[in-house]
Design a binder for this molecule. Structure first.
Ligand code: GLA
Length: 732
C-alpha cells in the first residue's frame, strides 16, 4: 500500500491540506475555533501557510460573542460550515431548533481524525473505495458547547480522481432532544469573484437542459420539493468562470448523492463572496434528534476541473461508473433490448408479445423487456399497483411460461415494476389502506390515478419485498426496470406522531434505499434500471443500486439531443438508456429518419421501443445493421471517454474514445436544413496526436493531430434532422 499521505495537518499554521497530483483543498483553524475555508482548486505543490482570511472592521457585521476584536466577524469569514446566531447572516448550513426553541449554535473546532479509505455512510448511498489506499478521509469534529451537539465534517480525497466526497453528521451528545430544521451536506465558500452556474432544469419529457446563468447578488436556489429528485431540477450543479467552455477553464461540480427533496443554494454576499450549500431540502423537513442519536446527511461529490466542462464530465463519468455504481454490470456491455411500452402500451397478450420476441431474435436484439400492464387487472393506469401477481388474462400459462419462451429464442427477459405505488383499486389497498401516504381527514391528491406507499415503514417495505421476491424466484428474469410515476404529496405517515411528520419524506428515501439494498444484494445477477416517468430520478444516489436509468419518456431523437447533452454533463453514458421509437414520434409528432433516430439512441445504451412486427423489410434491414454496428462500438460508447464537441441551436456533435485511444466513434447531427449553409468543420479531441486513424467506412487515413487541429469538413445533407457517424480505428 502506498503511504504518501493525501491529507496533512500543519501544526504551525493550523491548516489542513488535502491534495493529490491535481487538486488541493485547504482548511484553516481560525480564531475562536472557527474552521475557515482557504482554497479549493488546482494542486499547490508548496503551501507555506501565508493565506489567511482577511479581517476588517465592517459595519453591521457582528463580532464573536464576548470579543472586543471588531475586525473579526463570521459575517465575511469564508467558513467550512455555518450555523445560525453566530453573526453570520448568510444562508446557514445548519439550523437546529434547540430545546429552548432558539436556533442558535456556535460550532467550534474540537479535534480531527485522518484515516485511510472511506467509511460507509449508514443507510445512504455514497462513493466507495475498493482499496483503502485509494483515498484518505479527514473528519473534523466541531462542537456547540452549551447544547453538546457535535458536527462531524467528513472529507474524502481520492488519490487518482479530482474529487472530494463530503458529508456531515450531527451527533447529539447533549442531554436534551433537539430538532434539525436544516443540515446541509456541505458548504463551499469561495472568495469574491465573478462566476456562473450551470444547472439541469426541465420537465417531464423534457429533462435536464443545460442552463447557464450569471451569479448575481442575492440567493439562487435549485431544488426539488416533489419528494424525489424530479424532472424539474436535477440535483447536480456546476459553478464555473464566465469564460469556461467545454475544453478550458475552471469548473466545480456538485453531485448530491440523494434521491429525495434536495436543495442547492448559491449566495453572493454583500462583498461578492460566494456560499454554495447542498443537501436535503429543508422544505417539509424536521428531524427529531434525541440524546446520543446521530443524523448522517447524504454525500456531495465535489469535483474540480481546470480543463473545462468535458474535463469535469470525464472525472464524474469515471467516478460514477467505477466508484458509485456497485452492480456486477458496471463494466459489462449492456444488453440491446426491445421494450414493448410504446409498441403496445397496456394492450397486449402473450401471442402479440411472442411476435415481437420472434422479430427481436431475427434482428439480433439481446433482451425483451415486458413493460407496464402484466399484473393484476391492469389495462390502463387506474388499477393494480401494489398487486404484483401476473394477469391470468394476458398470460394464461403464467409469466414463467412466457419468460421461458423468450429465453428459448435466445433472448434475456426483463420486467417493469413500480413498487413504490398503490392504486385504490388494488388488493393491497383493500387490505392495508394505511400503507398509503395520506393526510387524515383530507382527500389525497391524485396523479395518474395512483398514490404513494409509505416506504419509511418496515411493514410496507416487507410486503413489497415479498411480492417482488415471489416473481423473481418464480421466473427467470435478467433485468428489472424500477419505475416511479408520480411525485409525493399528502406527506403524512400513520407510523409517526404529529411532531415527527417532518421526517416522512427523508424516511421515505431511506426506506427506498433499504429496500433496494436488500433486493440488489439478494439478486445481484439482475441488471437493475431506474426510471421515474423517464428521467425523473436520474441521480447519483440511485446509481449506487442501479447502474442505468431511462433517460426520458421523450424518445424524439431531436429532443433527445438536448436531453442527452445535459444528462452527459454529470452522468456516464453507460447509465443512459436510450431507445429508437416510431416516426412520427409519439411525444412530439416529429418525423426523423431511422438513421438519425439510431445515431441518437446509439449514443448511450441502445434499445428499441416500437412494434418490430410493423416495420417494413427495409426498416428491418436498417435495424439489423444498427444493431450489428452498435455491437462493434458498444464498449467504446458505454465505457470510453465521452466528449461534447459542439452543441448549438442547429448542430450537435459528440464523440467517444476508448481508453487506449485506438477506437473512436463520432456522431454529428444537424437539426434544420439551410439553403446556403456555411462549411462545417469538425475538429476532434482526446485522440493520440502521434497515431494514425482509419475511417472504418471510407478507409481514409488521418493523423490524430490532424483530426484535432485541422479537423475535417462535413458533407452537407440537404434535409432536416440529418446525422452522420464516423468510426475511426487506430492503424497498427
Ligand atoms: C413511465 C415510464 C415508461 C413506461 C410507463 C409505463 O412513464 O417512463 O417508460 O414504463 O411508465 O406506465
Amino acid at each position: 500500500m502506498t503511504t504518501t499521505n493525501l491529507i496533512e495537518f500543519d501544526e504551525t499554521n493550523q491548516t489542513f491540506h488535502l491534495h493529490n497530483a491535481s487538486i488541493s483543498y485547504l482548511i484553516g483553524l481560525d480564531k475562536g475555533g472557527f474552521v475557515s475555508h482557504l482554497y479549493f482548486g488546482r494542486r499547490i505543490q508548496h503551501y507555506h501557510g501565508q493565506l489567511k482570511n482577511p479581517r476588517r472592521d465592517r459595519g453591521f457585521s457582528d463580532n464573536l460573542p464576548g470579543s472586543k476584536d471588531r475586525a473579526f466577524s463570521l459575517d465575511f469569514l469564508l467558513q467550512e460550515y455555518s450555523s445560525k446566531g453566530d453573526g453570520d447572516f448568510r444562508s446557514s448550513a445548519a439550523i437546529i431548533r434547540q430545546t429552548d426553541g432558539t436556533r442558535s449554535a456556535f460550532f467550534t473546532y474540537d479535534h480531527y481524525v485522518i484515516e485511510w479509505g472511506k467509511p460507509k455512510l449508514a443507510g445512504l448511498p455514497a462513493a466507495y473505495v475498493e482499496d483503502p489506499a485509494e483515498a484518505q478521509t479527514l473528519s473534523l469534529f466541531l462542537t456547540d458547547q452549551p447544547s453538546g451537539l457535535t458536527v462531524i465534517l467528513k472529507y474524502t480525497i481520492y488519490r487518482d480522481r479530482n474529487v472530494i466526497a463530503r458529508s456531515t453528521e450531527l451527533v447529539n451528545q447533549g442531554k436534551t432532544t433537539v430538532a434539525i430544521e436544516k443540515l446541509a451536506s456541505m458548504q463551499l465558500d469561495l472568495p469574491a469573484q465573478s462566476k456562473q452556474v450551470i444547472s439541469l432544469p426541465g420537465a417531464h419529457v423534457n429533462e435536464r437542459h443545460l442552463e447557464r446563468a450569471e451569479i448575481n447578488f442575492g440567493r439562487k436556489i435549485f431544488e426539488s420539493r416533489r419528494g424525489t429528485t424530479s424532472h424539474q431540477m436535477n440535483n447536480f450543479i456546476a459553478v464555473c468562470d464566465p469564460d469556461t467552455n467545454e475544453f478550458q477553464g475552471e469548473v466545480y461540480g456538485f453531485n448530491l448523492v440523494y434521491s429525495g427533496n434536495h436543495q442547492e443554494e448559491i449566495e453572493k454576499d454583500q462583498f461578492g463572496a460566494l456560499r454554495i450549500l447542498a443537501g436535503i431540502n429543508p422544505d417539509q423537513f424536521d428531524w427529531e434528534l434525541k440524546p446520543t442519536a446521530r443524523f448522517q446527511t447524504p454525500e456531495v461529490l465535489l469535483s474540480y476541473s481546470a480543463t473545462g466542462l468535458n474535463g469535469l464530465s470525464a472525472t464524474l463519468h469515471a467516478l460514477l461508473r467505477e466508484r458509485v455504481a456497485r452492480s456486477k454490470f458496471k463494466a459489462q456491455p449492456r444488453p440491446i433490448l426491445v421494450n414493448n411500452w410504446e409498441a403496445t402500451f397496456w394492450n397486449f397478450n402473450e401471442p402479440k408479445l411472442r411476435e415481437i420476441v420472434d422479430d427481436a431474435k431475427n434482428l439480433g436484439l439481446e433482451m425483451f423487456v415486458l413493460d407496464d400492464g402484466w399484473f393484476g387487472h391492469r389495462d390502463k393506469d387506474d388499477s393494480s399497483l401494489g398487486d404484483w401477481h401476473v394477469s391470468e388474462k394476458k398470460f394464461p400459462q403464467g409469466l414463467a411460461h412466457f419468460s421461458k419462451y423468450v429465453h428459448q429464442q435466445g433472448l434475456q427477459f426483463g420486467l417493469w415494476v413500480e413498487p413504490e405505488m398503490i392504486s385504490l383499486d388494488s388488493d393491497l389497498y383493500r387490505q392495508h389502506p394505511d400503507y398509503m401516504l395520506r393526510v387524515p381527514g383530507r382527500e389525497p391528491s391524485v396523479s395518474r390515478e395512483q398514490f404513494v406507499l409509505d416506504l419509511g415503514r418496515k411493514a410496507v417495505r416487507e410486503n413489497v419485498h415479498q411480492q417482488l421476491k415471489a416473481i423473481l424466484d418464480h421466473c427467470q428474469i435478467e433485468y428489472i426496470k424500477w419505475d416511479m410515476n408520480r411525485h409525493i404529496t399528502d406527506v403524512y405517515s400513520a407510523a409517526l406522531p404529529a411532531h415527527r411528520q417532518g421526517e416522512v419524506l427523508h424516511r421515505y428515501v431511506l426506506g427506498l434505499y433499504q429496500l433496494l439494498e436488500e433486493l440488489t444484494t439478494e439478486y445481484p445477477d439482475i441488471l437493475w434500471e431506474g426510471c421515474s416517468g423517464g428521467g425523473g430520478r436520474f441521480d447519483t444516489g440511485l446509481m449506487y443500486y442501479m447502474p442505468q436509468s431511462w433517460v426520458s419518456d421523450n424518445t424524439d431523437a431531436i429532443a433527445r439531443l438536448q436531453i442527452q447533452t445535459g444528462t452527459s454533463l454529470a452522468y456516464p453514458l453507460s447509465s443512459m438508456e436510450s431507445h429508437v421509437s416510431v416516426s412520427p414520434n409519439q411525444q412530439t409528432g416529429r418525423m426523423a429518419s431511422f438513421e438519425t433516430r439510431g445515431h441518437v439512441a446509439m449514443s448511450g445504451v441502445l434499445g428499441y421501443e416500437l412494434d418490430l412486427t410493423k416495420m417494413t423489410p427495409t426498416e428491418k434491414a436498417i435495424v439489423k445493421k444498427q444493431i450489428a454496428l452498435y455491437k462493434e462500438i458498444r464498449m467504446t460508447v458505454q465505457y470510453g471517454q465521452f466528449i461534447r464537441l459542439v452543441h448549438t441551436n442547429n448542430r450537435y456533435a459528440w464523440m467517444f474514445v476508448n481508453s487506449d485511444k485506438t477506437d473512436v466513434v463520432v456522431f454529428s447531427f444537424k437539426i434544420l436544413s439551410e439553403a446556403q449553409p456555411d462549411f462545417k468543420i469538425l475538429k476532434l479531441a482526446g485522440l493520440a496526436p502521434e497515431r494514425l486513424y482509419r475511417n472504418a467506412t471510407t478507409n481514409e487515413v488521418m493523423g490524430g493531430d490532424e483530426l484535432m487541429l485541422t479537423g475535417f469538413y462535413e458533407e452537407n445533407q440537404a434535409e432536416d434532422f440529418s446525422s452522420a457517424i464516423y468510426h475511426l480505428v487506430a492503424v497498427d
